[in-house]
Design a protein around this ligand. Structure first.
Ligand code: AMP
Length: 300
């Protein structure tokens, strides 16, 4: 039995930041999100990889107790992405996106996952996100993420998915792009009118904003001393957020706020090293300690 179903990409990233460069390291929205969620509950992944996907990377996911029954492996190349960050590390400049085997993916949800109540549609083709929703029996809480690539190439499909979810996650740049406004409050209000009960706008190292009808919460970012590579921070934020909610099996404003802070904590650790290097050796104790520090930061 899984607690949270995650669909997204598993891929190989080539990343350059002011602090170094890595070629073809493990990445992808589902990789980051599932490892982040695994600190709080049991995730199951729906994703596709090619025959170049390495056993050591599969084992990394298995070692975090992530179910891989929905992971399909076919002949061909695994999804690959390249990106570069300047000193403002809040947004990557995409160098290339090679969809590869993602183009042949049918997003089949295994029978044993179809009862999942908590679902995270991580960043991937919105057509696949929609296919997953259609296969679920009685989902209670669906969270979705996306990025500029899909806003630019598949906006109509994306809007269909947004109408079916409980929480829409966007970073500030994507929110402005999707709703054609510089004002984040207006973007959030437009997003809420499309159907979601909650909209979360991530502001990189500056934290996240939670909007719902008539309510607003502002979570701080964690002031990091070491930051090497922010790739995957959005996915870690989301994975931690959904994983925490799935553990408590209920949804209310107080829990959502705590979940946002847990998500920010896991994301902050992720930025301390390249690929999944930091979160794959993270412990629950470290998460709790930083969560308490975040409480202190907010008190006034
Ligand atoms: P983020 O949390 O936004 O930094 O996500 C970074 C991850 O997203 C990287 O590991 C990439 O492999 C993955 N990624 C990049 N572009 C896409 C895309 N168009 N669709 C799905 N995943 C992507």
């Amino acid at each position: 039995m899984i607690d949270v179903l995650i669909i997204g990409t598993i891929g190989y990233d080539t990343v350059e930041t002011p602090f170094g460069k890595r070629d073809r390291v493990l990445g992808g929205s589902a990789s980051y999100a599932s490892v982040a969620a695994s600190f709080f509950s049991k995730p199951g992944i729906v994703a596709i990889v090619g025959d170049d996907f390495e056993e050591q990377h599969k084992q990394l996911l298995v070692s975090r107790n992530i179910s891989l029954h929905g992971l399909k492996q076919i002949a061909g190349k695994t999804f690959a992405w390249g990106g570069k960050y300047e000193y403002d590390m809040n947004e990557a400049k995409t160098a290339f996106t090679d969809l590869n085997t993602l183009l042949q993916f049918d997003a089949h949800v295994p029978e044993e996952y179809r009862n999942a109540k908590f679902v995270f549609l991580a960043n991937t083709d919105p057509v696949l996100q929609l296919k997953v929703i259609e296969q679920l029996k009685e989902p209670e809480f669906i969270v979705m993420d996306t990025m500029n690539f899909w806003i630019q190439t598949k906006k109509d499909d994306l809007l269909k998915v947004i109408a079916k979810v409980d929480v829409l996650l966007l970073n500030d740049g994507e929110a402005r792009m999707l709703f054609n406004t510089v004002n984040l409050l207006q973007a959030a209000q437009q997003a809420l009118q499309l159907g979601p009960k909650y909209v979360i706008i991530k502001k990189g190292e500056h934290g996240a904003l939670l909007f719902s009808e008539g309510k607003h919460f502002n979570a701080p970012g964690y002031p990091l001393e070491v930051i090497k590579d922010p790739t995957g921070c959005g996915d870690c934020f989301a994975g931690g957020f959904v994983g925490y909610i799935a553990r408590h099996k209920k949804v209310d404003e107080g829990l959502l706020r705590k979940a946002i802070v847990y998500g920010s904590v896991v994301a902050s650790f992720n930025a301390e090293d390249f690929s999944l290097d930091r979160i794959s050796r993270l412990t629950s104790n470290e998460i709790e300690k930083r969560f308490s520090e975040m409480r202190e930061i907010r008190e006034f």
